[in-house]
Design a protein around this ligand. Sequence first.
Ligand code: 3HC
Length: 709
Amino acid sequence: MIGERMSAVSYQVDGEVAVLTVDYPPVNTASLAVRTGLAETLERARGDEAVRAVVIMGGGKTFIAGADITEFGTDKSKASPSIQDIQNILEDFPKPVIAAIHGTALGGGLELALTCHARVAVASAKVGLPEVNLGILPGAGGTQRVPRLTGVDAAIDIMTTGKHISADKALEMGLIDAVVDDARTGAVAFARDVVASGRSFMPVTQRDDKITGVDPSVFARARATVGKKARGKIAPMAIIDCVEAACSSSAAQGLAFETEKFAELYASDQRPALMHYFFAEREARKVPGLKAVAKPIRSAAVIGAGTMGGGIAMVFANAGIPVTLADISDEALAKGMATIRKNYEISVSRGSMAQGKMDEALARISTAINYADFAQADIVVEAVFEKMDLKKDIFTRLDAVMKPGAILATNTSSLDIDQIAAVTERPEDVIGVHFFSPANVMKLQENIRGARTSDEVIATVMDLGKTLGKNVVLAGNCDGFIGNRMLQYYTGEAGFLMEQGATPEQIDRVAEKFGMPMGPISMRDMSGLDIGVLVRKERLKKLPPGERFSPILERLVEQGRCGMKTGKGFYRYEGRDKSPDPETTQIIEDVANELGIERRTFTDEEIEFRLFAPLVNEGAKEIEDGTALRAGDIDVAWVNGYGFPSHKGGPMFWGEQVGLDKIYDAAVAAAERNGPRWAPGKLLKRLAMEGKGGRTPEGARCHLHEKRR
Ligand code: 3HC
């Protein structure tokens, strides 16, 4: 434990250079222990006559990864010295101080480095200001120092996206002063050079008291573009305000403005929601009780060269894993590879991928018709149509050829993993690995454990997610798993709302205002109404007596309205531009008349609650029956798979904030309207009765984490 050590920062002298090494695993956060250690060792270096320069570096795998967010809201975050106290010491330090960056210098870590006299980094290092992902802004001068170094446009981009920047790019932008081979030796040599040359450095904020010569229209443009992507997040806008302040007021005033804005964001509802989400994402990777460790995955195969299979092959190739794409004919493979190539070309033309990277990725994808050609792959992911017989046939063939120990994965979005596993002699090697379309873009990887899946296979696919750059959750085997099981209530309620008088446009507008990237009606049009009807045919067989789906979907498909691909679905389309269609209104009204439903108007608030409250009820049932390990996993699934706004924390966190009593009442009302499947589950009922939920107090855990009793 750190408290038992002498200090979180060690002090060594290398000739005339003092090396201060931050050692606070796992990621060397600027915790109170680190801040205290830095203040003490800097004082020592100040008084050490043999020392003429100082290097600050991180021990272990990284430089300082930012403020310690577990300290937020605790006495430790308010205790001295603060990050700003250390920055003041650094800016006035009489001897040159060089930051030596390896791993990541993020948030408060980079901000500390920006008050050192110079910064060097190894080529693999990354720097960034990801505070925006936590609903805050760089609050240790980042909004004032970064634009002074990089210019306004780049500063806004870095801070509103929170992206990591490579050492080369950081050098080009002026954030660092040199790229070195080894952090310690490179920084010590740099420090010696500074001493020998007598070079002096001026603190960044003193170089220009105010940034001048910036066209003010830059900010209006930034607000428009960033605002579109932010979908209701307030931190990106506050960051732009701060950068604007750096151009209109003195450095001291700009820093004071930043502190004010930081406090506003800190007090908002979005900050706890995003912090919950940050920890949920990390917790979701952990599976309690697993008795095995992950195996390496060095090669892969994907069966099905359609949109989904092609996307999955790209995911492996992008992660550096050679992959064989398999299908039944040369034509299907050629079509699949052409789509993959086109997707890469789009990335290159947009500047998000270098041509060289595209060539390398494409070179990792081979094609095959015969299963024997990829029998030695460590994992094979089947991604064909959602037809059980077809999947069973493929798994029978895979069982016959794949090497012992290969993982046999299915990308099914709702089918029974155990039925698929049962056709093989090795059900312990079978697992669901569900990617979301387009697989090369969407961040969720929902892994589904079958009844007999081995711990080693589970550990391996959970670990694989990180390699593939995905956020993982582990789900139990049931219809729709974590995400799609809940989705049917969201889209189902949208159907009932239309029968009762809400328009498709109003429903979509409310969902999008809530923060969803696309409303449920447009989402249906995009994924294809005919596909929705097919899935529903299966689900209809399992509906309890007295329950129904709104038949609007089927009626539209009967009229040839299959969604965007046929130019009309709920909406009418000119390319991707949609407009409301009176024919749809007529179809909806006819359905309502036939069912004897009285139509009325709805407020936006009513629609919002009718759409989102059922997600929380079904999610709570998933926790109850073990489909989801934790409420946070459901939040991770919905943020990454369906675009639920992360600044609301995910559906379960949102439900807690709204109040579980309100969610319970909504479920009772939904059951009266729609049938018994919509009734509140036991866990929700108990927590609602106990008065849980409502605005979660600082640091409190989600009550829905509390599982069954
Ligand atoms: N505070 C507290 N704990 C943190 C942390 C932080 N800033 N960053 C990471 N951790 C913890 C994680 O919760 C995790 O804990 P666990 O092992 O108990 O689950 C552990 O460190 C390891 O984290 P990862 O699993 O994410 O490790 P990776 O190696 O995949 O990634 C990382 C490392 C890139 C540093 C990643 O953790 C990261 O992006 N962290 C967040 C960095 C950040 O947001 N910094 C800004 C903080 S706010 C700030 O600085 C305010 C300032 O402007 C005043």
